[in-house]
Design a protein around this ligand. Structure first.
Ligand code: ZN
Ligand code: ZN
Length: 132
C-alpha cells in the first residue's frame, strides 16, 4: 500500500515509503547539502555554525539537525562548532547526548522503571528532613 504525503520541506505531494518525510527531490538536495557541509567542516575545522551556514548556504537548523541525527560529526579539538548535550549541556561532537548521559540513559532504559522510584523516594525524604 502506498501512502501519499506532503513533503515536509517543499510541501509537494510524494509517495511515502516509510523512510523519509521529504520527497525525493528534497532528499537529493538534502544529501547534497549534507556533503557540502561535511566537506566544509573537515576543511575548516575552526568554523562556527554561522560561518558554516553562510559559506555553504545551508540553514543553521539543518546543520544542527545533521549533527543531532549523528550523521555529521564535529571534527578537531578546538572546533568552534557547538552542540550541547540535551541532558547536561556539555559540549558534544555529535548526536543528542554526551557519552556519560548516553550511558546513563541506556542504563536507565535497561533497568526499567522500577529503579526510577527510588530517587523519587529519596527526594521526598530529603524534602521532609529539610522542613524539620
Ligand atoms: Zn520536497
Ligand atoms: Zn550529558
Amino acid at each position: 500500500m502506498t501512502e501519499i504525503r506532503n513533503c515536509k520541506e517543499c510541501g509537494r505531494i510524494f509517495q511515502y515509503t516509510g523512510v523519509s518525510k521529504i520527497c525525493t527531490r528534497c532528499q537529493k538536495k538534502e544529501d547534497n547539502d549534507f556533503n557540502v557541509v561535511r566537506e566544509y567542516i573537515y576543511e575548516n575545522q575552526g568554523a562556527t555554525l554561522t560561518e558554516v551556514s553562510e559559506e555553504t548556504g545551508v540553514d543553521e537548523d539543518k546543520i544542527l539537525r545533521f549533527l543531532r541525527e549523528g550523521r555529521l560529526e564535529i571534527v578537531g579539538e578546538d572546533s568552534a562548532l557547538i552542540l550541547e548535550c540535551e541532558r547536561c549541556g556539555k559540549g558534544i561532537r555529535t548526536g543528542r547526548f554526551c557519552d556519560e548521559c548516553a550511558h546513563e540513559l541506556e542504563k536507565g532504559l535497561k533497568e526499567g522503571l522500577g529503579k526510577n522510584r527510588e530517587p523519587m523516594g529519596t527526594m521526598y525524604r530529603a524534602h521532609r528532613k529539610k522542613r524539620i
